[in-house]
Design a protein around this ligand. Structure first.
Ligand SMILES: [Zn+2]
Length: 112
């Protein structure tokens, strides 16, 4: 199974299998995060910093800012979508549902 994950245009897009799948400039609702003191935080995504696969989840760390308090920085790892095992189709998550960033030390390696 080969899934190709990239960021394009200086982090403006997450590309999955060579199609632009998730844009930035969207509001993500973050809960149980350490990005700022808002709970939950309305986080405006400005750019993908790192992307990777924790099979079957496609994950990324996103730079941006909290629209409530103005804090800016980079999130922990967020699930951006998942790849269907059978069809290999990518289904993105809904940014406006609640997302809990993961703090983790190991790096996800995109399989290419
Ligand atoms: Zn905040």
């Amino acid at each position: 199974m080969v899934v190709s994950i990239h960021q394009l245009d200086d982090g403006a897009w997450l590309s999955v299998n060579d199609s632009r799948s998730v844009p930035v400039s969207e509001l993500w609702l973050l809960a149980r995060h350490d990005f700022c003191d808002c709970e939950p935080a309305d986080f405006l995504a400005e750019g993908f910093v790192e992307v990777g696969v924790d099979w079957p989840d496609v994950e990324g760390r996103i730079a941006g800012q909290c629209v409530q308090c103005g804090a800016s920085g980079v999130t922990g790892w967020l699930a951006l979508g998942r790849v269907e095992r059978e069809s290999e189709e990518f289904h993105r998550v809904d940014p406006s549902s609640v997302h809990v960033p993961e703090r983790r030390t190991r790096l996800a390696t995109p399989s290419e």
